[in-house]
Design a protein around this ligand. Structure first.
Ligand SMILES: NC(=O)c1ccc[n+]([C@@H]2O[C@H](COP(=O)([O-])OP(=O)(O)OC[C@H]3O[C@@H](n4cnc5c(N)ncnc54)[C@H](O)[C@@H]3O)[C@@H](O)[C@H]2O)c1
Length: 296
């Protein structure tokens, strides 16, 4: 039965083009990873401005790899040529589409409904959601069996881990296919059950939520907390990391995990983040979050 399913499903060699939806922090890194692995990559965003910033950032990421000696000039040229951009969803025609837009169920469902039609139900629809159950995203689709979670980590062109999450209707053969695809990107797949926040974001919630509480209780400053955590061996402190992730994105994920666990107090989102978002201070991407960044 299993082999039969796999026989009728797409093979890795049949994936030649990848659609990446959302040209923000994650879409940029995912597009670079796909292009470096040799896939034709079409990057779509509703915002022309986001597309322009996305393209600039992608060039910068690849240039940094060249200057660090990690990428040859030839590979740089090849990768850049593989990436095209569009602000027309109807142009997102690909065997595999990876969605990386805002952490909002309705927006993701609406997009997937469109993408399923555009691709005549023949594509794999993967979501980079950090916390929304795949089963919920897929329930609006004609073929929920073709929907799966592919959760990359930030920065996506550098970080090796990808959580592969199957919804209740996901075809088992698709899990295998996405593990192969992940390996083709030079990354490591970990299969995870469909539950709020999956593994990494569920465990990591306390790194952020508790640090925000420590700040709220004025135990020490946020810079002090970052310094302590770095000294304790973490690569980054929680506030630096929230700035890198995007405070809006981090807040949306906490809210989603909080809702997913029936408002368990331990996941309660912090007002500090809410305030920062209201002020437009979203972190590195907006030039200011907990810290200030030059806009260069
Ligand atoms: N930032 C992280 O560290 C991180 C890590 C892993 C997963 N994620 C997840 O990845 C997804 C994207 O996060 P991000 O940090 O890249 O967000 P972001 O805010 O940097 O970028 C989101 C992009 O999506 C675009 N967009 C919004 N609605 C759209 C639509 N309907 N169609 C096309 N484009 C649309 C926006 O214009 C924006 O450019 C979220 O689900 C998030 O939870 C984020």
């Amino acid at each position: 039965m299993f082999l039969k399913l796999y026989d009728h499903f797409m093979k890795l060699s049949e994936i030649s083009k990848v659609g990446v939806v959302g040209a923000g922090t994650m879409g940029q890194g995912i597009a670079v990873s796909c292009a470096l692995a040799g896939y034709e990559t079409i990057l779509f965003d509703v915002s022309k401005e986001a597309l322009k910033t996305g393209q600039d950032q992608i060039k910068k990421m690849l240039e940094q790899s060249v200057s660090k000696g990690k990428l040859s000039q030839q590979k740089f040229d090849q990768a850049l040529k593989k990436i095209s951009v569009t602000d027309e969803v109807s142009e997102v025609r690909a065997e595999l589409v990876i969605e990386a837009v805002v952490e909002n169920l309705k927006i993701k469902q609406n997009l997937f409904t469109q993408l399923e039609k555009i691709n005549a139900g023949k594509s794999v629809l993967a979501t980079n959601t950090s916390s929304i159950p795949i089963t919920q995203i897929a329930e609006v689709l004609q073929q929920p069996s073709r929907c799966i979670g592919l959760h990359f980590f930030n920065p996506a062109h550098v970080m090796k881990l990808v959580e592969v999450i199957a919804g209740t209707e996901t075809n088992p053969a698709l899990i295998l296919l996405m593990k192969e695809f992940t390996a083709a990107l030079g990354k490591v797949a970990v299969e995870v059950k469909d539950s709020p926040g999956f593994i990494v974001n569920r465990v990591a919630r306390h790194f952020y939520v508790e640090s925000l509480k420590v700040m709220e209780d004025k135990v020490t400053s946020f810079e002090g907390i970052d310094k302590l955590m770095r000294s304790a061996g973490f690569k980054m402190g929680p506030f630096e990391l929230m700035d890198l992730i995007g405070i809006d994105v981090n807040y949306a994920v906490t809210t989603s995990v909080y809702e997913g666990f029936q408002k368990a107090h331990k996941f309660k989102p912090s007002n500090i983040q809410y305030q920062k978002i209201s002020e437009g201070n979203l972190g590195k991407k907006s030039g200011k979050g907990f810290y200030e960044y030059s806009k260069k």
